[in-house]
Design a binder for this molecule. Structure first.
Ligand code: PAF
Length: 282
């Protein structure tokens, strides 16, 4: 696996693959890799001749009081995992390569960015949309893969790619979970033992709420009960438990025909956990 740090070197490699008629998949990450990321890599390998994984802790998607400085950075261990997973190129630009002196552009995706995590983290999805657009332009992949754990991020990226006419297929890969159901996340490393034990309430509350909605229980009552369940389990606060249209993320009050997603964000101490599940009726 080659580790590349300049756009020019990256483009030369991709150009050579293209000249040979070979396809390219991109797996964008912020590092601190776990089995969830490696599932993206495995799915990428099935879809293209070559896999580029990026590691870039993107400062523009962190708010002023968020964990940009503390965010785990361990490139050597991540590179070893990616290499073992069959990645061809690790694209690892530094901040100056991604946002050179004078950088002034920003992409904002209205609507789908605005509620849920977008309400709690102003500017976060502008940062995500902008850096993903840059990564897509830099690598020019045929396909790019993202985890469904970040469902709103996936919806924002799908909207942005459609709106900007990027010639890339966006693939969502199902959430990877611990044995007790907790969604894998780089931020799980922040949890102490007590918080880790409490965290399993998140997938359980979502699973039970999704089943209750599917069997026809009142949506508002189910969402309120799920919030209470998280607080009873030891979560300090709940940002939201919401039933949304799976694509637009518009809130759903009454179950209809369109695909739905049940999403939650809540804090254990200072760690903010998110998760989501489909709601399948009938
Ligand atoms: O999901 C992530 O790791 C990041 O938000 C992404 C998509 C790599 C953009 O920085």
């Amino acid at each position: 696996m080659q580790i590349i740090r300049t756009v020019g070197a990256l483009r030369a490699i991709v150009r050579a693959w293209r000249a040979a008629g070979e396809s390219v998949a991109l797996v964008p990450t912020m590092g601190a890799l776990h089995a969830g990321h490696m599932a993206l890599v495995a799915a990428a390998r099935l879809r293209a001749d070559h896999v580029v994984a990026s590691i870039f802790v993107n400062p523009t998607q962190f708010g002023p009081n968020e964990d940009l400085v503390a965010y785990p950075r361990r490139e050597a261990a991540d590179a070893a995992m990616l290499d073992a997973g069959g990645v061809d190129v690790l694209w690892a630009p530094d901040v100056a390569a991604m946002y050179p002196e004078g950088y002034a552009s920003n992409l904002s995706v209205a609507g789908v960015s605005e509620g849920l995590c977008g309400a709690a983290r102003p500017g976060h999805f502008d940062g995500v949309a902008t850096v993903v657009a840059k990564l897509l332009n830099q690598v020019q992949p045929d396909v790019a893969l993202f985890g469904e754990k970040d469902w709103q991020q996936l919806a924002v990226i799908r909207r942005m790619v459609a709106d900007m006419d990027f010639a890339v297929e966006i693939v969502g890969v199902p959430t990877q979970r611990e044995d007790d159901g907790l969604a894998l996340s780089s931020r799980n490393a922040y949890l102490d033992d007590e918080q880790r034990a409490a965290a399993r309430a998140m997938p359980r509350a979502l699973g039970e709420a999704a089943a209750a909605i599917a069997r026809g229980d009142d949506v508002a009552g189910v969402l309120a009960a799920a919030e209470r369940r998280l607080i009873d389990a030891g979560f300090a606060s709940v940002d939201y438990v919401a039933l949304s249209d799976a694509e637009s993320l518009v809130p759903v009050g009454v179950v209809g025909d369109r695909p739905m997603r049940l999403l939650a964000a809540a804090r254990l101490g200072t760690t903010r956990l998110i998760d989501n599940v489909p709601v399948v009726v009938g």
